[in-house]
Design a protein around this ligand. Sequence first.
Ligand SMILES: [Fe+2]
Length: 374
Amino acid sequence: MIYITRKHLKPGMIIAKDVFLYGSNNVSSFLLAKGQVLNSTYINRINYHNLDGAYIENELFSDINLESYIDEKLKAKSLKVISETYYELQASSGKVNANMIKELSSVVNNIVTELLNKEDLTYNLIDFKNYDTYTFQHSLNVAMLSISTGISMQLSESKLNEIGMAAVLHDIGKMLIPIEILNKPEKLTYEEYEIMKEHPMNAVNQLKNMVPYEVLRAIEDHHEKLDGTGYPNRKRDRNISFYAKILAVSDVYDALTSDRPYRKAVFPNEVVEYLMGSVDKHFDYTILNRFLKIIFAYPVGTFVKLSNQKLAVVIKNHTENILRPVVRIINSDGTVGEDIDLLSDPNYMNITIVDMGYDYENYGLIGILKSSMN
Ligand SMILES: [Fe+2]
């Protein structure tokens, strides 16, 4: 399979990985199933829901197989409980009932167990984001990535559960922020931003006595930065909760790779560059280092442009160096060439990946797109 961005999707292409949409009624609804042949109706639906793209079958890349990061049923159940808890907070103007918290913690428990038993924790995919339910999906993604970071730091299971709990609840305070501010496409005014900055403390005030102290601290500190420029308390490095430092990395990664009202999603390679550039100012060095072994700058199945002007598709990633994967060269006639390991092939030491390859005018890409059509 290969990842094709929305504007290149054409009738006749075959969906290679289920596309789920989570409706605002809290029930997961299927959009497209693996094996489905795209037609113009489906493409319109993809456009309507603002999906960034889809994984598509292609014989030349039949050796690329991607699985969901966690079981889809567990994912759907988690999103349901997360959204119910968030709505409950909103409806009761701030009172979350203890039962919800209990259910949420059992969901987090299941995620922790599943991730602890997972052989490979690398997050090698571009995930679909559904704009309508952004906050809930974002909370779940932050939980998965933060727990995985914690596992790679060999934290105990009870700590992983606390991190997971803080992650699924970290933005619950946003439910008390007016929707016009949350979804405003333009830059927030000073006053609006001040209101937005209340969301960590909103959550802390409502969740007091309902979750462990360290979970509250993590929620309170998730927007603090090491150099003291964060909010709400402008805390510096050693005063910031350890869990919050883990959440902060996953939070920024997932937020940047999602479409938001005020900007388009950023590709993972650009996010990696941003994260690396913000180390020690915003993020903790050790934590970021662990995180960068879980995610990849160029997920498997994506098109990349090389510095020798050739186009290629990423076949395999190396955790030792997330910028130099194994790639399969695409010839200008749309056939595929050899596989090159950018990490170990001495003939390619001087070749770098310069960008994602989707906007690159290249006959090879057109050829591959054609060969993806039924
Ligand atoms: Fe937040």
